[in-house]
Design a binder for this molecule. Structure first.
Ligand code: HEM
Length: 452
């Protein structure tokens, strides 16, 4: 179903960007279902790492067939330290953005990574400055994933100059639900010139330069990008964050604040902005509508214009904070500059709503966000829209899904006749680590692999 939909909206005459140069992850939506691995590699020796890169190059996927979304794709990204370690010359390194150079842990003050999310509480692997390459293999079937993973591993075998310091497998069924039991990966901006033929009612695609380096952006100009051109052009930036989800605690909060399972479902949906099926509250304000949630042509076709007071979808819900669309208090163009392509993947099992005791298992998601200014966008979303209520006239209220909650934690949902206020939320998704990465083009990977 998803595949058919994508094939229908691809028009080869509308391709204006170099799809064969751009890594697939940027354009390829997450398959349904999906299977994969994320891996982090430490470089110990530059020559050995460049040899590894030469071997891996033939299996890195370009975006040429993004709309087909078949088989397995391999993505390779570098942190600033990784580029330095593999031997990218100093003059080039200097052309990268400052936030990228500093890395995610050192940017905690810009990310509101405080309290439980403070980098000092991160997993050990993310505390060390040895994260050099982050790779992802994502496939639409188990067989393709396993064989690509095997191929990937064989290219790394016997290489003493590199070490895989983290390898995490994941798989998600046809239902594409996260561990809270909510469908995710629904709303993403589209890129102009990728060949996308957007169905009526959908948002217009954004200029390529917002997501891919070396092309004009929404302002009509090409923003400075890493040099030389062969290294920067057709690349992008990616932020990834590993989250541990506290689903039992979320369920407990919902249970304590509702008098029936139905009321609980509505409160949980109000916190997200969508029902478990993915149906948006704006289109289905009273109860879940699975048919709507499943319908890729309809489940993202809505605006907040008809919900001026947030009585259907609260201003504070996760999706309304992260993408206010045409909410009255936002200038449209301003909102469009804070979009990020999400390719997040879930790991661990779903916790049903009646479970309110934490079993201590590892479950959550790798949030993967991509844009030409991914660091700036993430920092803006984290600090302004997720952890500060001011933009929405919500005082100190925070995003109920990703906010870092404190003793004054509050969630408010406009209703008739009064606003409903809920207190006592916890931080339901705890950051365990993450990094800022550069996604080089296919030519840039080759250039890096051939550095003297
Ligand atoms: C474990 C952490 C997270 C969970 C469980 C989560 C969950 C969800 C869910 C269920 C949706 C609605 C379905 C969809 O459109 O995909 C969503 C949408 C979204 N999330 Fe998150 N999310 C998480 C982290 C983040 C982070 C860290 C950001 C960015 C700072 C973010 C930004 C967004 C955006 C931009 C949307 C789409 C909004 C729209 O266009 O309607 N999310 N998220």
């Amino acid at each position: 179903m998803a595949l058919e939909f994508l094939k229908r909206i691809f028009n080869p005459n509308k391709v204006e960007i170099e799809l064969n140069e751009i890594q697939a992850l940027i354009l390829r939506s997450r398959p349904i279902p999906y299977f994969g691995t994320v891996a982090i590699i430490e470089i110990k020796d530059a020559v050995a790492a460049r040899q590894m890169l030469q071997k891996l190059l033939p299996i890195v996927s370009s975006a040429e067939d993004w709309h087909k979304n078949e088989g397995a794709s391999v993505t390779l990204t570098f942190t600033y330290k990784g580029l330095e370690k593999i031997g990218v010359p100093k003059e080039s390194l200097e052309t990268f953005p400052e936030s990228f150079k500093e890395g995610m842990a050192d940017r905690s003050r810009f990310l509101y990574d405080i309290g439980v999310n403070d980098p000092k509480n991160w997993e050990r692997v993310f505390k060390r400055s040895h994260i050099h390459i982050a790779a992802a293999i994502i496939a639409n079937n188990e067989e393709a994933w396993k064989s690509k993973l095997e191929e990937f591993r064989s290219k790394l075998a016997d290489n003493r100059g590199i070490e895989v310091i983290l390898s995490h497998n994941f798989s998600v069924s046809e239902e594409v639900k996260n561990v809270f039991g909510f469908r995710d990966g629904i709303s993403n901006p589209e890129i102009e010139g990728s060949g996308i033929e957007v169905p009526p009612g959908f948002d217009r695609p954004l200029k390529a330069g917002e997501f891919i380096l070396g092309y004009p952006g929404e302002a009509g100009t090409i923003k400075p990008f890493p040099q030389p051109e062969v290294l920067g052009k057709n690349g992008s930036f990616m932020v990834f964050r590993k989250y541990q989800s506290q689903v039992a605690e979320f369920n407990q909060f919902v249970k304590e604040n509702s008098s029936s399972p139905e009321e609980g479902e509505l409160l949980a949906a109000k916190m997200v902005g969508r029902w478990r099926s993915g149906a948006p509250l704006v289109l289905a304000p009273e109860k879940d509508d699975e048919k709507l949630g499943d319908d890729l042509q309809k489940n993202n076709d809505f605006s907040f214009k008809d919900d001026e007071y947030g009585k259907k979808c609260p201003f504070s819900s996760h999706i309304r904070r992260m993408n206010p669309r045409d909410s009255k208090s936002f200038v449209l163009e301003d909102e469009r500059l804070h979009r990020i392509i999400r390719r997040s993947v879930t790991f661990g099992d779903i916790v049903p709503p009646d479970i309110t005791k934490n079993d201590g298992k590892e479950r959550g998601q790798y949030f993967i966000g991509i844009s030409a200014n991914a660091m700036g966008t993430l920092e803006f979303l984290q600090k302004q829209w997720a952890n500060d209520g001011n933009a929405q006239n919500l005082g100190t209220e925070k995003d109920p899904v990703i906010g870092v909650q404190d003793k004054d934690a509050l969630f408010s949902a406009p209703a008739d006749p009064f606003i409903k206020r809920y207190r006592g939320l916890q931080t339901y998704n705890i950051v365990k680590g993450g990094e800022y990465c550069f996604i080089p083009s296919i030519s840039a990977l080759k250039w890096i692999s051939e550095l003297p």
